[in-house]
Design a protein around this ligand. Structure first.
Ligand code: GUN
Length: 300
């Protein structure tokens, strides 16, 4: 039987609508407008596109967007100075420093200078520790989006076998923590895993986040499993014409969709959820800052 295709675009639109409704309420009842500051250092074209998209969607849900575009030659001292001012600014509830940073800037130092309560990326070492110990944290956006989709498919995740392929700090590790918190039996697989096909075949839930185009074929997927494909890889597509490219995930979609119970496509799966969850995190940070109840269904 063909898998249910999980429509990340529609799901993300629902998340944004929930955020927008909650923001409208905050304004009306409390006179509070959540604010998100995005800091971009340098000229990386992909980062500029992301930042523009974040700014637009922030405004669309009724929040204030503060964009800080700094030249590639910005010193660590200057960047830390800006972060300090944003930490102290009560109109700013969320701070995101776009990665990657230019090589001369120490990423860990910069991220850990953000007030953890405003760290809407969930990358600060305090948030990493809070998540790992089951305490209230800011949770990284992409894994949060994956979790929302998995809860939508399965309801209760308790007792399910989950295999996360990839051990990055941004996706693999926090994804595993979230699944563990929802009482899955979690395996983190990676490039050194022995018998990766055998490990993946055990899974009720597969989250692929390795950044290798179409690495996971359909015959690794257990019939009926849910497949969440975090990969976004651009590959050559000579069939579309000379010099043309297309986006594919880490999973070979066509073969996996024939055996899975549910699967996210690429594009249009996990991708749109990341910014939606960034907005959800900004709203959560704002509610926490003001001692107000957190939005339901938008947190881990
Ligand atoms: N660069 C690519 N994705 C992300 C993200 O989710 N957060 C930040 N800060 N930078 C990124």
């Amino acid at each position: 039987m063909a898998a249910r295709i999980i429509d990340g675009k529609a799901f993300a639109a629902e998340v944004r609508a929930k955020v927008a409704a909650h923001v409208a309420q905050l304004k009306e009842k409390h006179g509070i407008t959540p604010g998100l500051a995005v800091v971009l250092v340098g000229e990386d074209p992909a980062s500029r596109v992301y930042v523009r998209s974040k700014g637009r969607q922030t405004v669309e849900v009724g929040m204030n967007s503060y964009e800080h575009k700094l030249p590639a030659g910005t010193t660590e001292e200057e960047l830390l100075g800006l972060i300090g001012r944003l930490n102290d600014d009560p109109a700013v509830h969320g701070i995101l420093v776009q990665l990657p940073l230019p090589d001369h800037l120490n990423e860990a130092l910069v991220i850990n200078a953000i007030n953890p309560a405003k760290d809407v990326d969930g990358f600060h070492i305090s948030n990493v520790g809070l998540l790992a110990t089951g305490q209230k944290a800011m949770v990284p956006c992409t894994p949060l989006g994956c979790l929302m989709m998995l809860r939508d498919v399965h309801g209760d995740l308790s007792g399910l076998e989950a295999v996360v392929i990839g051990r990055s700090n941004i996706v693999g590790k926090p994804m595993a923590q979230l699944l563990l918190r929802d009482s899955c039996t979690v395996t983190i697989a990676h490039s050194r895993t022995r018998d990766l096909p055998g490990v993946v075949r055990r899974a009720d839930i597969v989250v692929a986040a390795v950044g290798r185009p179409e690495m996971v074929p359909g015959d690794w997927i257990r019939p009926g499993a849910t497949v969440i494909d975090v990969g976004i890889n651009r590959i050559d597509a000579p069939e579309k014409g000379e010099g043309k490219t297309r986006l594919v995930g880490d999973v070979h979609f066509d073969s996996a969709a024939r055996v899975a119970g549910a699967i996210t496509p690429v594009p249009g799966g996990v991708g749109p959820m990341t910014i939606a969850c960034l907005l959800a995190n900004t709203l959560t940070a704002c509610c926490r800052a003001h001692g107000l109840p957190e939005p339901e269904g938008l947190t881990a």
